[in-house]
Design a protein around this ligand. Structure first.
Ligand code: DNO
Length: 400
């Protein structure tokens, strides 16, 4: 019996990933979300480089379904520099991807840092390790390490006190390791940025505000969506992680009204969303099943993971079917969207999913440097298996 599940994917960081393609296949995935991490941000991806990577994936019995990501250069986000060349390069990457049969392209528009966590090895009661965001520790980072002017204003007196006490309890090595955790977050690359680099990057956003950042996103979309439409690429913006302001920076992809505004910037199906339940769920006012229902036609890829919000404003990555996300309702709505696409006779009805930020657990725990936090094989395999079971259960229930 045809079950018409979502396409099961796994992130793969390329040939250097400690989790090889064979493991991904054994985890039951049929596709990967990957990127050409070796190409510097802002440069065009050649057709040859894409073809070579695609071949590698296919030789392992998998498909390259979604590109995660074709990164957006900081100059595009700040609206400075040689934008014409950057847009041309981006469009050439889209053309070359489409020519190789790859049509879903994920990107983000988060200023300065990609995702942010304050602890990559937060130990859960069962002994597995999760990613954690704690505003007190983040305050310690921006106030005591980065020394961002005005950062104090974003925290309560109690948080400031706790942050100072925590920072004082760390020795120099622990402080260095903590700072690295926060600034070394760019997927698939190690840039060894310094605090001064971060300060210089932040300075470029001085006075920009959310409207200014929105204008820069609109300019990017106006430059790339026509080409995406022409070649059949579906662009999928990834939400802010976490979905609120950090480092005093504007955030414009955090809630439903943000997504609506982005869709209106260029009103085209090619201007779509990567629905990341993990990112959106870190805000209590995001109603995820409702957002999926509302944005369904423009959801081109998904990250299905969950967070658990705690009373002090912190959150950690929960097991995929636990935490704050009503995953059955989210997945139900995504399967409904697939059914609508099939009813419309669309060949591309299937929506790719990947589990995300799996816990480090079991045999992965004692591995030395080998595990990228959030990207362990076993933890993500658990997530994927649970999601597969959920989809099959929902389909079976629909037949009862
Ligand atoms: C974090 C990921 C992000 C995401 C990019 C998309 O683990 O979800 O790094 O891939 O922001 O551009």
């Amino acid at each position: 019996m045809e079950t018409h599940l979502m396409e099961e994917g796994f992130r793969w960081f390329g040939p250097g990933d400690p989790v090889p393609l064979s493991f991904i296949r054994q985890a039951g995935a049929s596709s990967v979300f990957t990127s050409l991490h070796q190409i510097p941000y802002g440069e065009a991806w050649s057709r040859e480089a894409i073809r070579e990577r695609k071949q590698m994936v296919e030789d392992a019995g998998l498909r390259w379904t979604a590109v995660e990501s074709v990164p957006v250069h900081e100059d595009i986000k700040t609206g400075r520099g040689d934008l014409k060349t950057l847009f041309e390069n981006y469009n050439n990457s889209l053309r070359n991807l489409a020519a190789e049969g790859i049509f879903a392209v994920i990107y983000n528009f988060m200023p300065v840092l990609d995702w942010v966590r304050t602890d990559m090895r937060w130990v859960l009661p069962d002994g597995s390790e999760s990613l954690h965001y704690d505003p007190v520790r983040f305050a310690a980072f921006e106030i005591h390490a980065l020394k961002r002017p005005g950062a104090e204003a974003d925290y309560s007196p109690e948080q400031l006190e706790q942050a100072a006490a925590w920072w004082a309890s760390l020795d120099d090595d622990a402080r260095d390791a903590f700072v690295r955790t926060i600034i070394d977050v760019f997927p698939g690359v190690k840039w060894a940025l310094s605090l001064d680099d971060i300060r210089a990057m932040l300075a470029k956003y001085d006075g920009m505000g959310a409207d200014g950042l929105r204008r820069n996103l609109a300019r990017f979309l106006q430059a790339v969506i026509p080409v995406a439409e022409e070649v059949g690429v579906r662009m999928a913006i990834h939400p802010d992680d976490p979905p609120f302001s950090v480092l005093g920076l504007p955030r414009i992809v955090s809630q439903a009204s943000d997504v609506e505004a982005i869709f209106q910037m260029v009103d085209s199906p090619a201007n779509g969303l990567c629905f990341c339940t993990g990112s959106f769920s870190a805000r209590a006012d995001n109603d995820l099943p409702e957002m999926v229902r509302k944005f369904a036609p423009r959801i081109h890829a998904t990250h299905l993971r969950s967070t658990q919000r705690l009373a002090d404003g912190s959150f950690y990555e929960a097991n995929h079917l636990e935490g704050s996300v009503d995953m059955p309702a989210v997945v139900r709505n995504l399967l409904d969207e697939q059914d609508r696409r099939r009813a419309d006779g669309r060949a591309d009805w299937q929506i790719p999913l990947r589990p995300d930020h799996g816990h480090t657990m079991m045999d992965d725990l004692p591995k030395p440097a080998g595990i990228t936090p959030g990207y362990s094989c076993i933890g993500r395999m658990r997530g994927l298996s649970e999601l597969r079971g959920l989809m099959l259960g929902l389909r079976a229930a629909g037949r009862l």
